[in-house]
Design a protein around this ligand. Structure first.
Ligand code: HEM
Length: 117
């Protein structure tokens, strides 16, 4: 059970890596757009996160305030990805505020996960 939970945590981290990695690629290559990989990363991190939010395979209590904050941030990132992708389709570019918010909120969620004890 514990091994299975760690496996789901690994998928959760892979989702985070895909989302944040795809964002960093767009930052560095100068396009600053929204890519399919970002949506995939968010979906993987989200599904794995919801599975981890259930108390199985652990002998300690989960911090549901922290998990709730992470869920809200994830939903905001999802909304920004959707709005940004729509703007990109129509105008060919993503407003800088939307692009930067996606990366910074992703980093913020990882910071909440690791630093909030
Ligand atoms: C972009 C979104 C997210 C990012 C970047 C992210 C990042 C992380 C990271 C880096 C960890 C490892 C922390 C550690 O083990 O010390 C973690 C663990 C965890 N995440 Fe997320 N997360 C995200 C979304 C979510 C969502 C939406 C949920 C649930 C609704 C969630 C639930 C959890 C839980 C429960 C753990 C702890 C697993 C455990 O200790 O057994 N995460 N997350």
């Amino acid at each position: 059970m514990e091994f299975l939970r760690h496996l789901v945590l690994l998928f959760h981290l892979v989702g985070f890596a895909i989302l944040f990695g795809a964002w960093v690629v767009e930052l560095v290559n100068g396009h600053r757009g929204i890519t399919r990989l970002m949506h995939w990363g968010l979906a993987i991190a989200g599904v794995a996160g919801l599975i981890l939010a259930a108390p199985w395979g652990i002998d300690y209590d989960l911090n549901y305030t922290k998990i709730g904050v992470k869920l809200v941030i994830l939903l905001i990132i999802g909304a920004l990805l959707g709005i940004g992708a729509g703007r990109q389709r129509k105008t060919g570019s993503v407003p800088p505020a939307i692009f930067w918010s996606i990366g910074l909120l992703t980093l913020a969620n990882a910071a909440v996960a690791v630093l909030w004890r």
